[in-house]
Design a protein around this ligand. Structure first.
Ligand code: C2E
Ligand code: CA
Ligand code: CA
Length: 395
C-alpha cells in the first residue's frame, strides 16, 4: 500500500542538523500527503505538541541530538501522554536503535518503528504501510478478574486446556504437545493465561491450578496413548510449585490415577525470578526427574536461568524463547542468542526446542542450526482437544 493513501494530516520531523532535517521532510513529503512540520530540538517539538488541540499523526525523531537526545524526548512524550505515532531515526548502530525501540514501547508510546540513516522513501513507506493513521486502535487492556473468580473457576472446572504440537524438525513427526491453560470467563470472555497464572501465584492458588492442568493433560495423554500415539505431553509448572518437598509424590499419584505413564510427560519450568531456596528446588526437580519425565527449561534467554543453573539443575531439555526465534534471520542479536543457546544445549546433551516458529524463514534458520524440535504458529496454533485430533488425522 502507498502511504499517500493514508490520511496523514500532520507529521513532525525532529533533527538538529538542518541538512538532515530538510532531507527527512522531503522524504516524508514524498510518502505522505498532508503537512510536514520540522523543528531542530526536542524542546521545540514538545512545545508544538502541547500547544496543539489535535494530536500529530506521527513524529520522526533523531536519537543523536545535542540538547535533548531522542531517549529524553521519548521520556517526555510518555510523560505528556503523547498518543500519535513515533518513528526513531539514527545513524548509530542497530543495537542502540533496538534498545531505543524497547524503551519507547516500554513507556507505552505508539511506536511505528525505527529507521537507520540514510533514510529512504522505500524504507519509510514500508514502515508506514502497516501503520493505520486513521483508526488508531485503543490500547487493549486485559479484563480484571479477582482471586475469588479464579478460585471458583478452578473448582468448577472452568479452566481447560489447549494443545500445541511440537514437531521433530528432521522427520516432521509429532514428538510432543504442550498443554496450555485456558479460561473462558462467562461474562469477561477469554482471560489470557499470563494474567490468571499471575493471580494464582499471588494468592496461593497455583497448586490447585497446576493440579487441574496436570490431571486434564494426563487424562488426555492416556487417551492418545491408548489410541497408539507416541508423543509426550508437556505441562508448564510455576516456580511456586517447587516449594513443597512432597510435590513429586503428590504429582506422581495424581498422574497415576489418570492411567497416564509419567514417563510420557514433560515439565516446562521458567526461571522467572531468582530461585529463593536452591536446595529445596533441586531436591524437588531431581526427584521429579527420577520418576521419568523430561524436564525442560522454558523461555530460555529471558529469565534468570544462568549457565550455573544449567550445570546444576537436572534439566534434559532447553526451550528457547520465541523472542530469539521469530524473526531471528533478520535480527543479528536474536540470532546470536539462538545460535549460542543451541550450541550450549548440545554441549550439555540436552534436547533443544525452538518456540515461536512463525514463518518458513524461522523454520529454515533453526533447522540449519541443528535444533531438534519446533513449536509455533507455522506448524499449528494451540487448539482444543477435538481440533487437535482432527489436525492429527489430517497429517
Ligand atoms: P509459554 O510456556 O512460553 O507458552 C507458549 C506461548 O506461546 C503460548 O501462549 C502459545 O500460544 C504461544 N505461541 C505458540 N506458538 C507461537 C508462535 O508461533 N508465535 C507466537 N507469537 N506465540 C506463540 P499462551 O497460551 O498465551 O501462554 C502464555 C504463557 O502462560 C505460557 O508461555 C506459560 O508461561 C503460561 N501458561 C500457560 N498455561 C500454563 C499452565 O498451565 N501453568 C503455568 N504455570 N503457566 C502456564
Ligand atoms: Ca511453556
Ligand atoms: Ca516461551
Amino acid at each position: 500500500m502507498n502511504a499517500k493513501e493514508l490520511n496523514v494530516k500532520t507529521a513532525l520531523v525532529i533533527d538538529d542538523e538542518k541538512f538532515m532535517r530538510d532531507f527527512l521532510c522531503s522524504v516524508v513529503g514524498k510518502v505522505c500527503s498532508g503537512n510536514v512540520l520540522s523543528v531542530s530540538s526536542g524542546q521545540e517539538a514538545l512545545d508544538i505538541i502541547s500547544s496543539r488541540d489535535e494530536p500529530l499523526d506521527f513524529i520522526l525523531c533523531d536519537l543523536q541530538m545535542p540538547e535533548m537526545d531522542g531517549i529524553e524526548v521519548i521520556r517526555h512524550l510518555a510523560d505528556i501522554d503523547y498518543s500519535g505515532g513515533v518513528i526513531l531515526v539514527s545513524g548509530e548502530d542497530q543495537r542502540i536503535l533496538e534498545t531505543a525501540n524497547s524503551i519507547a514501547e516500554g513507556r507505552g508510546l505508539n511506536l511505528i518503528g525505527s529507521l537507520t540513516k540514510p533514510v529512504s522513501v522505500e524504507s519509510l513507506s514500508q514502515l508506514l504501510a502497516n501503520y493505520n493513521v486513521v483508526e488508531k486502535k485503543p490500547a487493549w487492556s486485559a479484563p480484571e478478574v479477582s482471586e475469588e473468580e479464579l478460585r471458583s473457576a478452578i473448582q468448577t472446572g472452568d479452566i481447560f486446556l489447549h494443545f500445541q504440537p511440537q514437531i521433530d524438525i528432521k522427520s516432521g513427526a509429532v514428538r510432543g504437545v504442550e498443554a496450555l491453560a485456558r479460561w473462558n470467563h462467562l461474562e469477561k470472555g477469554m482471560i489470557p493465561p499470563d494474567i490468571f497464572i499471575n493471580i494464582a501465584e499471588q494468592y496461593q492458588l497455583i497448586d490447585a491450578l497446576t493440579d487441574t492442568v496436570i490431571e486434564q493433560a494426563s487424562r488426555q495423554g492416556a487417551l492418545w496413548s491408548r489410541r497408539g500415539y507416541k508423543f509426550r505431553v508437556s505441562v508448564n509448572l510455576s516456580m511456586d510449585n517447587l516449594r513443597d518437598l512432597d510435590f513429586p509424590d503428590r504429582l506422581a499419584t495424581l498422574v497415576e490415577s489418570t492411567g497416564m505413564d509419567i514417563k510420557n510427560l514433560s515439565f516446562e519450568i521458567t526461571e522467572s525470578r531468582l530461585v529463593e531456596d536452591l536446595s529445596t528446588c533441586l531436591d524437588i526437580l531431581t526427584r521429579l526427574r527420577l520418576k521419568g519425565p523430561e524436564l525442560s527449561i522454558d523461555d530460555f534467554g529471558t529469565g534468570y536461568a544462568s549457565m550455573e543453573h544449567l550445570k546444576k539443575m537436572p534439566f534434559s531439555e532447553l526451550k528457547i524463547d520465541r523472542a530469539f526465534v521469530n524473526g531471528a534471520h533478520s535480527d543479528g542479536t536474536a540470532r546470536a542468542i539462538l545460535e549460542s543457546s543451541i550450541y550450549l544445549a548440545k554441549q550439555l546433551s540436552m534436547i533443544t526446542v525452538a518456540e515461536g516458529v512463525e514463518t518458513r524463514e524461522d523454520w529454515d534458520l533453526v533447522e540449519s542450526l541443528g535444533c531438534d524440535l519446533i513449536q509455533g504458529y507455522y506448524v499449528a496454533r494451540p487448539m482444543d482437544a477435538e481440533s487437535f485430533d482432527g489436525w492429527l488425522e489430517q497429517r
